[in-house]
Write a protein that binds this ligand. Structure first.
Ligand SMILES: Cc1cc2nc3c(=O)[nH]c(=O)nc-3n(C[C@H](O)[C@H](O)[C@H](O)COP(=O)(O)OP(=O)(O)OC[C@H]3O[C@@H](n4cnc5c(N)ncnc54)[C@H](O)[C@@H]3O)c2cc1C
Length: 488
């Protein structure tokens, strides 16, 4: 879908403008040398690349605001950046411009255990919030598999989910309020303030800007909700002959009125790769494995676990293992959360897709993925949040083999089109970025897209904040990296 694009005009950041930015954040916190900018040429979606004109690393909200004001004066695009783990090209500097990296703003400012909330800076790594909250028996529930690297600012901008989203909800359910620097440099606070009560009057602008993919402003501080950690867990590993049997089990568990904390599926290829990397003891010949985590009060969990085991067996599970210790549980989660990393053993390149189907259509989409894999001659392992119907096919390819990059992109597009056809959506959690913007017209009517643009203009009338994302423009990056690869 992305091949006939015209190049986007590149915005030049002049040496004088770089000096103005350096005067705000210090020369050592400005990156302008070409070889150093290469680090910022893409995020975890590596098919498209383009250099920002300059990267600035402010240390406070005030510095962010001053940087943004300089950009406003010179009409420069701004691209907010957290850890750069986006899998949809959401941080790509399509027009060049000024990338604002918040990684120096990474503190947990306070944990208010009594009111179960914490105030953090936008560059705070997701997992650090729970580390800070743990001594109080609390945790931050959204747990993207990238949580040891991704930032809370990035989570807010993409409304991140994770394995435990099924029971606990996504980022928007755990953010009370946040501070944001608008594209003209004004500092606003949306939602509950750190010294405010739980409720705010008026429109829920907090909710409106969560998931805006960095197009409304730069988030600088966030007031997050903390929850009490579950008293106990029962973590089960179901081993199945086929993905169909595992998918049926997912539907049966939910139909039985059980809401596990997490319900994750992995197919043969990915299980083999994970086993080779982390030696957990996964069976190498299983068609699929299910991780079912039940959590809550200890009383009643055994009964739920027995019910889940019975449902697995009803669907011909070969074996169901119950984690016998906290260490075993932690090892199992380590394997699941590092699954993408294990792919390096299988292939030099891969694209991670992210789509959603109604849970009942999981067998259909998995069959379609298998057929797509055969049609294109590419291996496609799957590891995904089955309880949400949120699939993650990992399309393996080798960019050195002529035609494989093109085939991988085509396979991904076909899978996403099928998700729409099955009543789902083209993203469950990774966002639209540049990767999926051409799908927006398939999912939304022109009037819907215009309504979204109207909201965007309220925050960013000049459309300078993270431009050329989410809405199809028919234009792509200046260096034609994508075109080169797809043409190969
Ligand atoms: C191995 C792996 C596993 C992953 N697993 C999951 C998962 O389970 N669930 C999930 O939802 N995602 C997952 N992701 C995707 C990604 O980690 C999330 O989208 C994450 O929230 C991005 O955070 P980041 O700090 O890396 O943001 P970046 O990648 O730097 O930015 C992402 C977007 O947020 C914007 N942004 C970043 N910081 C700010 C800010 N301070 N103010 C305004 N806008 C900002 C950027 O402009 C961009 O549009 C995974 C990625 C990888 C590589």
């Amino acid at each position: 879908m992305q091949s006939d694009a015209a190049p986007v005009e590149q915005v030049i950041v002049t040496p004088e403008q770089v000096r103005e930015l350096a005067a705000i954040v210090g020369r050592e916190n400005v990156i302008a040398a070409r070889q150093e900018l290469l680090v910022y040429e893409c995020d975890a979606y590596t098919l498209e690349k383009n250099l920002p004109g300059v990267v600035v690393l402010p240390a406070s909200t005030e510095e962010v605001a001053d940087v943004v004001k300089v950009c406003a004066r010179h009409k420069l695009p701004i691209i907010p950046r957290g850890a750069g783990t986006s899998l949809s090209g959401a941080v790509l500097a399509v027009t060049g411009g000024v990338m604002i990296s918040v990684t120096r703003m990474s503190r947990v400012l306070n944990v208010d255990a009594r009111n179960r909330r914490a105030l953090v800076e936008a560059g705070c790594v997701n997992a650090w919030v729970t580390v800070a909250a743990k001594p109080h028996g609390l945790l931050f529930a959204p747990d993207p598999s990238s949580q040891s690297a991704c930032t809370i600012g990035g989570n807010v901008a993409t409304n991140s989910g994770g394995p435990h989203t099924l029971k606990y909800g996504v980022t928007t359910n755990h953010v009370l309020g946040y501070e944001m620097v608008l594209p003209d440099g004004e500092i606003v606070w949306l939602g509950t303030t750190p010294d405010g009560g739980e409720d705010v009057d008026g429109y829920d602008l907090r909710g409106a800007a969560i998931g805006c993919e960095g197009m409304f402003g730069v988030v600088t501080r966030i007031l997050v909700r903390l929850i009490r950690g579950p008293q106990a867990f029962r973590t089960l590993l179901g081993v199945f002959e086929s993905v169909d049997d595992a998918s049926q089990t997912v539907s049966d568990i939910i139909a039985a009125g059980i809401v596990p904390g997490a319900l994750e599926m992995m197919d043969t290829l990915i299980t083999q790769a994970i086993e080779a990397a982390y030696h957990f003891g996964f069976p190498l010949d299983a068609g699929a494995v299910l991780i079912v985590e039940l959590d809550g009060l200890n009383a009643g969990l055994d009964a739920q676990a027995e019910r889940v085991i019975a449902l697995c067996k009803k669907n011909a599970a070969r074996e169901v293992r119950l984690a016998q210790s906290e260490q075993q549980r932690a090892d199992l989660w380590k394997c699941r959360k590092r699954a993408f990393g294990a792919i390096g053993r299988l292939s030099p390149n891969f694209v991670t897709q992210d789509g959603v189907v109604p849970r009942s259509r999981l067998p259909d989409i998995m069959r379609f993925i298998r057929a797509t894999s055969e049609r294109h001659g590419l291996r496609i392992p799957n590891v995904f949040h089955a309880g949400d119907g949120n699939i993650h096919p990992l399309i393996l390819f080798d960019e050195r083999v002529p035609g494989q990059t093109r085939a991988a992109v085509a396979a991904g597009n076909e899978i996403l089109e099928k998700c729409i056809e099955l009543g789902g959506s083209v993203t469950g959690e990774h966002g639209i970025g540049v990767e999926k913007m051409d799908f927006m017209t398939q999912q939304f009517a022109p009037a819907d897209l215009e309504a979204m643009q109207t909201l965007r203009r309220v925050f960013d009338p000049e459309l300078r904040c993270n431009p050329h994302k989410m809405f199809p423009s028919g234009k792509r990056c200046g260096d034609f990296q994508m075109k080169k690869q797809i043409a190969s």
